[in-house]
Design a protein around this ligand. Structure first.
Ligand code: NAD
Length: 497
């Protein structure tokens, strides 16, 4: 089902061109810029600063100085006040940010009322601000008599230092706020490197930090660049203590290797290929009615349930219901409130998704619906909502993260087989189980090797819920107490009596 062709977005005011470095809004050294493009229309929205290596160097130096030479790392009350100010400042421009996100990310406006903007904005800065009061920054240990020396002991939590925060394009504000909230609440300073495809949300938030908060100069720096490798400068710089990266597993591997010489702390949120297990007693019709939501934001979500596993005895019925569900996916103009699926972020991503469709056909999967570029949309990086049936878990479309509006249906023989297929993946980000019996679904959920699992449609999303991956889906957790601690070092102090 298609919605109207994309509007040109010309009513959008230009985004912030300047970067925040050491408390000042600055252009790139030499004045270089690159273009921000609307993926729904392929039109240029406007320019943004194209930072040089020297700009990145200044940003790292500023973050280091702000950590080492100001009270930021120790003044919890200041941090709490600044996080609340930043929340208020962003809320003040929430509607502008919403339109800007739809234009630069190509995300359906519907998603901005959910995880793309409103849901993280409600909590991502305020939850860590409140956690400052709840957290046990110090805890006493029992007295010690090791080696005959009577001593008291205390465990102290301290910020890690300078954080290099590297952001992808698919949910840029959600991921940026998640990193800012936790890293700032714990007393770190940051250099943020947004994805080149979606820079304006980050430069806007940088401007708000500079103009409307008491966050001291250098505590947050935002460096935009058309060159991915400027991010690598953060990874190799010895003045940076921790890399907080969200992006693809391939880049995560490269970052891990590049971080080895300086033994950086790493927090990696990577890709996924999550399985949704539908047991034979599940209410198949109501469950598959929502299958079209696998195409939300053109499938550009790391935790999407992209492998649908159905018991062999109900497989034919499932293919029929899934086909009907895919026909209800509204795709087209992301500014239309009824649109579920917008464009892919770029021509490169679109072509990558189409390449996966070809590989599915080549390896013997049955293309049930979609698989091409929509004939009626002559602008924008669109792919039709696509469903493959008769998929074997060994096929490329079942193993690799497609990051597009492509769902694969895989049959299984029994519960053990379903768990085996779900876990037969290099990834382990998320999963789902549906059954008429919650107890049975829960037992299966416990066997899935993934960081989050939804049972009978449950939602794990909140600032308090740890989110992250097993296996090649990453290291560490965003959100929750585990996410907070990610940005802290642990020191044990002992005193002689
Ligand atoms: P990407 O890995 O290409 O880029 C992510 C960021 O890393 C960008 O800012 C990019 O400029 C930067 N970058 C690229 N090469 C780099 C290098 N060598 N050193 C340092 N920085 C580098 O990912 P993407 O295509 O922007 O995003 C899509 C991917 O992100 C998908 O695989 C998706 O699953 C994943 N993702 C994961 C999560 C999660 O929480 N697990 C959330 C969102 C997206």
């Amino acid at each position: 089902m298609t919605t109207s062709p994309p509007s040109d977005g010309s009513v959008l005011p230009p985004g912030e061109l300047r970067m925040l470095i050491d408390g000042r809004l600055v252009e790139a050294t030499g004045g270089g810029t690159f273009e921000n493009v609307n993926p729904a229309t392929e039109q240029v929205l406007g320019p943004v600063a194209d930072a040089t290596a020297a700009d990145m160097d200044r940003a790292v130096a500023a973050a280091r100085r702000a950590f080492d030479a100001t009270a930021w790392s120790t003044d919890r009350a200041l941090r709490q006040r600044c996080l609340r100010q930043l929340h208020e400042a962003i809320v003040g421009e929430q509607e502008l940010l919403r339109s800007e996100l739809v234009a630069e990310v190509g995300c359906p406006v519907m998603t901005t009322y959910l995880a793309q903007l409103d849901a993280p904005l409600a909590e991502a800065l305020l939850w860590p601000a409140e956690q400052i009061d709840r957290f046990g920054w110090e805890r006493p240990l029992p007295d010690n008599h090791a080696f005959g020396v009577p001593s008291w002991q205390r465990v102290v939590k301290e910020p890690v230092g300078v954080v290099g925060a590297i952001i992808p394009w698919n949910y840029p504000v959600e991921i940026l706020l998640g990193k800012l909230g936790q890293a700032l609440a714990t007393g770190n300073t940051l250099v943020v490197k947004p994805a080149p495809d979606t820079p304006w949300n980050a430069t806007r938030i940088g401007r708000l930090i500079g103009e409307q908060t008491d966050i001291p100069p250098g505590v947050v720096n935002v460096v935009t660049s058309s060159d991915h490798l400027l991010g690598e400068q953060l990874v190799t710089d010895p003045r940076v203590d921790l890399i907080s990266f969200t992006g693809s597993t391939a880049t995560g591997r490269r970052i891990m290797a590049a971080a080895a010489p300086t033994l950086k702390r790493l927090f990696l949120e990577l890709g996924g290929k999550s399985a949704d297990i539908i047991l034979e007693d599940a209410p198949l019709e109501s469950k598959l009615a929502y299958l079209g939501f696998s195409c939300l934001h053109a499938g550009q979500g790391c935790a999407m349930l992209t492998r649908t596993l159905v018991h062999r005895s109900r497989y034919d019925e499932a293919v029929e219901l899934a086909t009907a569900a895919m026909a209800t996916v509204t795709y087209g103009d992301p500014t239309d409130p009824g649109t579920i699926q917008g464009p892919l972020i770029s021509a490169r991503q679109r072509d990558r998704v189409l390449g996966y469709v070809e590989s599915g056909l080549r390896e013997g999967a049955r293309l049930v619906t979609g698989g091409g570029r929509p004939a009626h949309l002559d602008r924008g990086y669109y792919v039709e909502p696509t469903l493959f049936a008769d998929v074997d878990n060994a096929m490329t479309i079942a193993r690799e993260e497609i990051f597009g509006p492509v769902v694969v249906l895989i049959p299984f023989e029994d519960e053990d087989d379903a768990v085996r297929i779900a876990n037969d993946s290099e990834y382990g980000l998320s999963g789902g189980v549906t059954s008429a019996s919650e107890e049975r679904a829960l037992a299966v959920a416990r066997r899935i090797r993934a960081g989050t699992v939804s049972v009978n449609g449950g939602v794990y999303y909140s600032a308090g819920s740890p989110f992250g991956g097993y296996k090649a889906s990453g290291l560490g957790r965003q959100n929750g107490v585990e996410g907070f601690e990610q940005y802290l070092e642990t020191k044990t102090i002992a005193g002689g009596r």
